[in-house]
Write a protein that binds this ligand. Structure first.
Ligand code: FES
Length: 130
C-alpha cells in the first residue's frame, strides 16, 4: 500500500486536531453539568423590603420590585456577604456593587450575575436557580 504525501498530511492534520477536540468536548461537558446542577432556592413568603443574603443568592427587594443576583464576586469569586447602605461589598478585595448589581468600585469591573426570578405554577412560591 502506497501512502501519498496528501494522505500523510491529512492523517497528520487529523492526529493534531485530537487534543483540540478533546479540550472542546471537556468544556462543553463542564458547561452542561454546571447548568443542570443548579439548586432551586425559594424566597421566604414574608420577605420585606431590603437586601437579603440567601447564600449563594442576594435578593434586593424594593416594594413590588424584586431582583436576584449570584453573590459570587466577579473579581475572583469570593461570596459577597455584606451590605453597607446601598452598596454590596466583597469581603476579599473590597469591590463594591450597587443594588442593580453593577460594579462601582474595583478591582471587579463586571456586574454581578443577575438571576431570573421564577414562580412555581403549582404552589405560587417564588424561587431562583443558583
Ligand atoms: S474577589 Fe471580590 S474583590 Fe476580589
Amino acid at each position: 500500500m502506497k501512502i501519498t504525501r496528501r494522505k500523510f498530511i491529512r492523517f497528520l492534520s487529523a492526529l493534531m486536531s485530537f487534543p483540540f477536540l478533546y479540550a472542546l468536548n471537556s468544556e462543553v461537558k463542564k458547561k452542561i453539568e454546571s447548568d443542570t446542577h443548579k439548586e432551586k432556592i425559594y424566597l421566604p413568603d414574608d420577605l420585606g423590603n431590603g437586601t437579603f443574603f440567601l447564600n449563594p443568592v442576594i435578593i434586593v427587594k424594593e416594594s413590588t420590585n424584586t431582583k436576584a443576583y449570584l453573590s459570587k464576586c466577579t473579581h475572583l469569586g469570593c461570596y459577597i456577604n455584606k451590605v453597607e447602605g446601598d452598596k454590596l461589598v466583597c469581603p476579599c478585595h473590597g469591590s463594591e456593587f450597587n443594588l442593580n448589581g453593577e460594579a462601582i468600585k474595583g478591582p471587579a469591573i463586571k456586574p454581578l450575575e443577575k438571576l431570573a426570578i421564577n414562580k412555581d405554577p403549582k404552589t405560587g412560591k417564588i424561587f431562583v436557580y443558583a
